[in-house]
Design a protein around this ligand. Structure first.
Ligand code: 5GP
Length: 110
């Protein structure tokens, strides 16, 4: 079981900013920007690489909700990131999108 499943199950605490029946959003424990929120599906998908067609609507909803949360947090400009696989920087193997804002971001991300 991943740490994010434990957050969903309320086995460990998190600073939750949004929750409904499909997604949960909470502040990252090691923020990389003034605003750093993670939004995750309640369904335990590993990453976008494990999605199938039945996940299209839910992940579309998750992205829409990520944008709404960013705006609710007062962010005009923000970055959404999802890492897939350890080589890309994924460390928790439950799909999550980072919502980052409040400072300038550079490209390429490194
Ligand atoms: P990844 O590296 O997989 O893309 O991102 C995982 C993120 O989860 C990291 O930014 C890390 O700081 C965050 N994280 C890891 N464990 C916890 C935790 O127990 N609580 C919270 N809120 N964030 C966590």
């Amino acid at each position: 079981m991943t740490i994010f499943q434990k957050i969903i199950d309320r086995e460990i605490p998190a600073d939750i900013v949004f929750e409904d029946d499909r997604v949960l959003a909470f502040r990252d424990i090691q923020p990389q920007a003034p605003t750093h929120i993670l939004i995750i599906p309640k369904k335990p998908l590993v990453s976008v690489a494990q999605m199938d067609e039945s996940d299209h609507e839910m992940v579309g909803y998750l992205m829409h909700r990520a944008g709404l949360i960013a705006k609710e947090q007062g962010l005009e400009d923000f970055r959404l990131v999802t890492n897939s696989g350890a080589g890309a920087g994924q460390s928790v193997f439950h799909l999550h999108v980072h919502i980052l804002g409040g400072r300038p971001f550079h490209w390429p991300p490194g």
